[in-house]
Design a protein around this ligand. Sequence first.
Ligand code: ADP
Ligand code: MG
Length: 603
Amino acid sequence: MTIIAGVDIGNSTTEVCLAEIKKNSEIVYLSSSIYKTTGIKGTLDNIPGIIQAIEAASNNAQISIKDIGLIRLNEAAPVIGDVAMETITETIITESSMIGHNPATPGGLGLGKGVTTHITGLPELESLESVICVVPHTVDYEEAANLINRATEKGIDIQGAIVKKDDAVLIGNRLKKKIPIIDEVAYIDQVPLGMLAAVEVAESGQTIKALSNPYGIATVFALKPEETKKIVPISRALIGNRSAVVIRTPQGDVKERTIPAGSLIIEGLRQKETVDIEEGSEVIMSIVKKITPLNDVHGESGSNVGGMIEKVRNVMSNLTNQPRGQMKIQDILAVDTIVPQKVTGGLAGEFSLENAVGLAAMVKTNRLPMEQIAEKLAKELGIETVIAGVEANMALLGALTTPGTAKPLAILDLGGGSSDAAIITNNNKTSSVHLAGAGDMVTMLINTELGLENLHLAEEIKKYPLGKVESLFHVRLEDGTVKFFDKSLPPQFFARTVIIKGQDDMVPIQAKHSLEKIRAVRREAKHKVFVINAVRALEQISLTGNIRYIQYVVLVGGSALDFEIPEMISNALAGYGIVCGQGNVRGMEGPRNAVATGLVLSI
Ligand code: ADP
Ligand code: MG
């Protein structure tokens, strides 16, 4: 009798399967474990994580590590993924003409139009012109409200106000005639006076309608068709805001500049094509598809994308201690995305949504130096350690322990850095592919599209459903159902969007986005990465190029644990007549532990 440990070292996690091999070769599974991979896959830094994982599995099985007679490591697929992002448009205000920010608490309601006038100038005003007052920080809300009320009594048509401090509601409450008021305008001194301006505030929970529409702005300022064309970037930048100001200055100009992002040079075995990043992901991916298998990918030198690709190559070469020239990029996944960016020249710290391209790149190294790891592990633990099998084949063996599966079978191993696929035919022929783009890319997209600057939070948004704390005793879940609580929730949760991690474990999201927006970004990111990659991967391993040839697909890997990704992929593949679902390794492990189990089975 021997106890063996199958150890799968992945980019993100190290998994162990412990089993006893009886005299009659019968396999009795003892336990399994999972631990975060320490260091980069295939380096000696993996050892502490491997030992932790083996210890955990031994504890679960109530044996001592010393009882293990053999460790079987996977011949880890020598692929490492990385992700990067570049914006390709930029909005620049060359003169103050737009204030499109979203103060938390604007005042009043509706659309007002008039000439910008300093509030202290109101008493001298005789004109019958409509007015938008500009209120600096030196005038407090009492005084501002008084001045406006008196001017209104005198018959001056005050249509709206722009305020520096967070005073909109305080001023609004004191006014006899209600007007839309925008506050928290940081650079109020730069608001030009004597210019025609429009102020719009929508009801809470609604977004502005007039100023986010080019024809709305054209109506307010009586613009000619060619002038209307020029203000499109303004209206676009204001979409989704609850309030906005647009000022018409004689030379005022907002530009949407396209940043020269550079081009990608995609090199196949026989042909080479150059594609401009600005063409967008669809065009880039169609060229990748045409040229696959790739030999390497370069970026135009001196351009943004050039820097991005070379950075990936450098990181990989440093990590693997192999020369840069050997770091060949074997696959890329390009995704169109939208990133909130600060508008250059804005008056209130405005953000505008800029187009960007996210890129995942997969580098194939020569072969990961797994022997080093095996040697060191054997020395540290005093246990014989061997490199036992190719990752994809082991994953297939493990996946086949899912009840209800049979050959021919394809698996999609959805990890952190790469999406891998493998197929086994009736007569045990196998083939596999590794594609760039997986869980880490989804996390990056959520992080940037929501402007979170917090990868940990983005990861949690990816993994769990959302809810809205409607009272301190109940939460409305994103599917519309309601969850009640016996004890009051912490008051700071009130009215917040929260991540529902567990029965009593909720994390409030400190971002201004609505639940619906966060949910839409989350689902779209998953769709863009995993549905696209599932189809790409199956096309490539289907031997015939026609994915209808494949009938059964089992999803394994960390991202197959996701609460909505398996469903999205299944729905997409149903269109091809493919049966697809989350794996259940050994009928009990879910989509986890496939490779580790395969390593035990293959003895
Ligand atoms: P690897 O084989 O490369 O080590 P894994 O199979 O462990 O990768 O997958 C890691 C990925 O799985 C990460 O992107 C992680 O965010 C994702 N992941 C892990 N658990 C979950 C979960 N419960 N829901 C969604 N994604 C998950
Ligand atoms: Mg894996």
